[in-house]
Write a protein of this length. Structure first.
Length: 539
């Protein structure tokens, strides 16, 4: 467990707690369910898990609206259960990362309630971004910023005397007011939070909205309000990626290294960093800042050999050049699942999306650096695209009325066993998952996946085993090989070759002989369409 720089080539499994496994029969996954699932994850072969937020929260954004950063919501268990989970994971050699949310909190956080009860200009309001409105009687927002989940980024409050008053900033929803990181008290309280969980034995943190935290001190209008009005992936340069944020990560890195110095166990900081270029991304993973930051460009790349090669090359040049390693991701709790994403616009039932998703997984596991796997990807789960409006919980849907970018479809609870919902996810006479599972989930249940050696689960398991066993994989460099159009191939270390055929037609394999591992049937000398494979190319 104390391997130095373990994070450089680690494979981390993202556990979306409320959808992983329910131990109580209330239809919502919990920490005891995660503990029960640890042997499954150990068998898969991951190095660690990242837990989605389980803190006390009104759940307006499923835990990313935190009311108390140093406790467990009763829906998910309690601190005693968390301690049992940490101990069980340590016995199995699985590291635990917590999801920390420093950009914003819940509108039910005690400090925000104090701010609402306090007067304009008070220390309580200084912890957040309160400002007077514009126009007659301050009836218009202080600036033209838009929230990432739709609508304006400002909400007006009613002052304690009953009159309409100031406005507060929320870059996501009104239930998630943004912290003011220019107020020292905010930074000090997050120090207490880091130490609280580090003292309980966690191995690090995944940092939500790591390019956020600081806003332009004058809160001016955005120069491009129309672009800023797009939800989720817009980047307002006045609200994100401000230079002061790097001082926070330098401090947090120092805190982690303080703990490492005590016991030799290295703690990890990995950031959710959404910035326009790999070069800007690289600034977050300099030697004294975050250990890693998710590289989303691979996730966003179309299924195209040239596009994949471009983003991989840029990452290797700009990010690996800092001395860190690239942190590869193909999916997470905010994205359409890869099987569905890669299948569009192919005819339903063609299997093309599943084949491409398997090939992409094998490609990712062959790349230098670390890899993060979202739960259910190892089962080949597709996106659930036909959830009825009345069950949708995503605040994007509530604020925009549009289903175009909602995230519920990738958050449907996992199927574990059986032929009908709840597929072993929960139990009890009235057990009902918090989001409905489609009937076809029976085909993807873990008990079937483990029994079928051709399943995506076995592909992931075999890939993780080889990645751990072969010195050529994990950290290091790659060298591109010349290929025909539509095919990518590269070598890793001493003779390991990975090739991916992005076309639908078979091509000659770049290496003779039988592959070590392939994402689909792969005859000797041939690389079929939508397939990836690994070989050892003996000199």
């Amino acid at each position: 467990m104390n391997r130095q720089n373990w994070w450089r080539d680690a494979v981390i499994y993202q556990v979306y707690v409320r959808s992983f496994l329910d131990s109580t029969g209330d239809g919502i996954g919990d920490l005891a369910g995660v503990r029960a699932g640890l042997p499954y994850l150990r068998k898969l072969g991951v190095d660690g898990i990242w837990l989605s937020p389980f803190y006390p929260s009104p759940q307006h954004d499923h835990g990313y609206d935190v009311a108390d950063y140093r406790d467990v919501d009763p829906v998910f268990g309690d601190l005693a259960e968390f301690d049992l989970l940490v101990a069980a994971a340590r016995r199995l050699g699985i590291r635990i990362l917590l999801d920390i949310v420093p950009n914003h909190c819940s509108s039910e956080h005690p400090w925000f309630r104090e701010a609402l009860a306090a007067a304009p200009g008070s220390p309580e309001r200084a912890r957040f971004h309160f400002a007077d409105g514009r126009g007659p009687d301050g009836a218009e927002p202080p600036n033209n910023w838009h929230a990432m989940f739709g609508g304006p980024a400002w909400t007006r409050v009613t002052e304690p005397d009953g009159r309409p008053g100031q406005w507060y900033l929320h870059m996501f929803t009104p239930e998630q007011p943004d912290w003011n990181w220019r107020e020292p008290e905010v930074a000090a309280d997050f120090d207490r939070t880091l130490r609280f969980w580090l003292d309980r034995g966690v191995d690090g943190f995944r940092i939500d909205v790591a390019a956020g935290l600081f806003k332009h001190p004058e809160l001016p209008d955005s120069p491009d309000p129309e672009a800023d009005a797009r939800t989720r992936d817009s980047v307002n340069p006045l609200a994100w990626n401000q230079p002061e944020v790097h001082d926070v990560w330098r401090h947090w890195r120092a805190v982690c290294e303080e703990y490492t110095a005590r016991d030799g166990r290295e703690r990890l900081l990995v950031g959710e960093v959404s910035v326009p270029t790999a070069r800007e991304h690289a600034r977050y993973v300099r030697a004294d800042e975050l250990h890693q930051a998710f590289f989303f460009d691979l996730l966003g790349a179309p299924w195209d050999a040239d596009a994949f090669r471009k983003v991989i090359s840029e990452a290797m040049q700009d990010i690996a050049g800092t001395g860190s390693t690239v942190t590869w991701v193909l999916n997470n709790h905010d994205q359409v699942r890869t099987v569905t994403r890669y299948g569009e616009p192919a005819p339903e039932g063609s299997g093309l999306g599943a084949a491409r998703a398997r090939a992409a997984a094998l490609l990712m596991l062959a790349l230098p650096g670390a890899a993060y796997i979202y739960q259910g990807e190892e089962l080949g789960l597709p996106e659930v695209v036909d959830l009825p409006d009345e069950v949708l919980t995503d605040p994007i849907f509530r604020r925009t009325g549009s289903r175009a970018r909602i995230r519920d479809g990738c958050r449907v609870p996992l199927p574990w066993s059986g032929q009908a919902s709840p597929f072993g996810f929960t139990s009890g006479a009235l057990a009902k998952p918090w989001l409905p599972q489609p009937e076809y989930f029976a085909e993807y249940a873990t008990h079937r996946a483990l029994a079928d050696t051709r399943s995506s689960w076995h592909l992931y398991r075999d890939g993780l085993h080889l990645r751990s066993a072969l010195a050529q994989l994990g950290d290091g460099t790659l060298r591109w090989l010349e290929t025909q159009p539509g095919v990518l191939a590269f070598t890793r270390g001493d003779g390991l070759v990975c090739a991916v055929n992005f076309t639908t037609a078979p091509v000659p394999a770049p290496v003779s002989g039988t592959p070590l591992l392939a994402s689909g049937p792969c005859p000797t000398g041939v690389l079929p369409g939508s397939t990836a494979a690994w070989w050892i190319d003996a000199p």
